[in-house]
Structure formats: structure tokens, C-alpha cells
Design a protein around this ligand. Sequence first.
Ligand SMILES: Cc1cc2nc3c(=O)[nH]c(=O)nc-3n(C[C@H](O)[C@H](O)[C@H](O)COP(=O)(O)O)c2cc1C
Length: 199
Amino acid sequence: MSLVPLLRKRFCAKEFTSEKIPEEKINSIIEAIRLSPSSYNLQPWRIKIIKDQETKEKLFPASYNQKQITTCSHLLIFLTSLDIDEILGKLKKARLEAGTPEEQVDAYLSRLKASLEKKSPLELRMYLEEQTYIALGIAMLEAASLDIDSCAMGGFIEEEYKKILNIPEKYAVSVLLPLGKAAHPPRPKIRIDKEDLLI
Ligand SMILES: Cc1cc2nc3c(=O)[nH]c(=O)nc-3n(C[C@H](O)[C@H](O)[C@H](O)COP(=O)(O)O)c2cc1C
């Protein structure tokens, strides 16, 4: 099934109506995130879901007063774990549950740990956040497939978010995805031409 019609349909909503999205649809988006692919299957993304209006109001100024934050039904906050031991611990658990023998898992993960530890903190953050953005893209498409509007958002102040939400230091706040029913129709799609895309 081609995703092109879905990609033509979806758009970044700037404001939402008061309609609430049913929890089963939110769960389906979370499942799509859970199934997203990542380098070495690291799955470093962690999701915080904000539903209460009071917290959304607190986050509004830390999001440059963008109305998506206060009007959305659910705000998905994409965190990225920067803690190599936490990431590999969860991966070990998943691999053991899938039936891989423990010595095999340990040998693999210790090689992986050594290679991740060679990166500078900035390189590590960039590499891990690349993975989180894959999950973001998949979440946007799953939302569109369920007739839920969204808007990926990088316009927020990370330090403020961390303070307001009490996010532990080991997590980066990477990107936001407010979800809801768009209050306004989409603007025309603006994309570069195929000739400008292909080089
Ligand atoms: C990573 C990322 C961050 C974005 N941040 C914001 C943002 O802070 N505020 C906003 O209104 N739109 C934001 N956008 C939406 C883009 O401007 C929008 O996707 C782009 O202009 C294409 O328009 P369309 O999504 O409606 O097709 C962001 C999009 C992405 C992918």
C-alpha cells in the first residue's frame, strides 16, 4: 500500500479544536512508535504523554506561545535516552525475551557498548536523536492513517521543558508531537520539485 496519498493529506496543524482523541487511537500511535526501526535496534526514544490542561498551559511559554500546545488533545513529548547502560539494559531484556541465549546477548552488547562509548557526548546525542526522529515520522504517519492531525515541533526551550516536567538529566527532550483535530484547513503543500530533489 503506497503511503503517498497519506503524505499528501497530512499537514502540520497550527491549532486544534476541543475534540478529544480516543485512547485506543493514542495507543495505536504508541504501538507504531514501539515498532519503529533504529540503528542496532537501540530504540532510545521514550515518550511522555501530556493530557492535562494545566501542564499544557505551563509549557505554552516554553514553546514560544505556539497554540498547538494548549489546544491539542494529547501532547507526545519525544525524549531520547542518552544513558548507554539504560538503553542496552532494555535491549538486553527484549533480546532475552525473544529467546536469544544470554552469553550471545552479553557478548554482542559489550561490543556495542564499547563502540557507543567512543563517541563524544555531542556525537552520541546526535546519533541517538536521529533514531528518535525515525519514530517521530512513523508516529505522524500512523496519526494521519487514523484521521488524527498533528504537528511535529522543534520550537521549544528544552531546559524549560525539563524543569516543568521534572525530566531526569539522562534524557534529552528531542521533539514534540501535539495530536488532535485541526481547527483550520491545510495550506497548499509546498515541496521542492523532483528535479531539484534528485542529484
Ligand atoms: C522536526 C520538525 C520540527 C518542526 N517544528 C515546528 C514548530 O515548532 N512549529 C510549527 O508550527 N511547525 C513546525 N514544524 C512543521 C513544519 O514547518 C512543516 O512540517 C513543513 O513546513 C511542511 O508542511 P506540512 O507538514 O504542512 O506539509 C516542524 C516540522 C518538523 C519535521
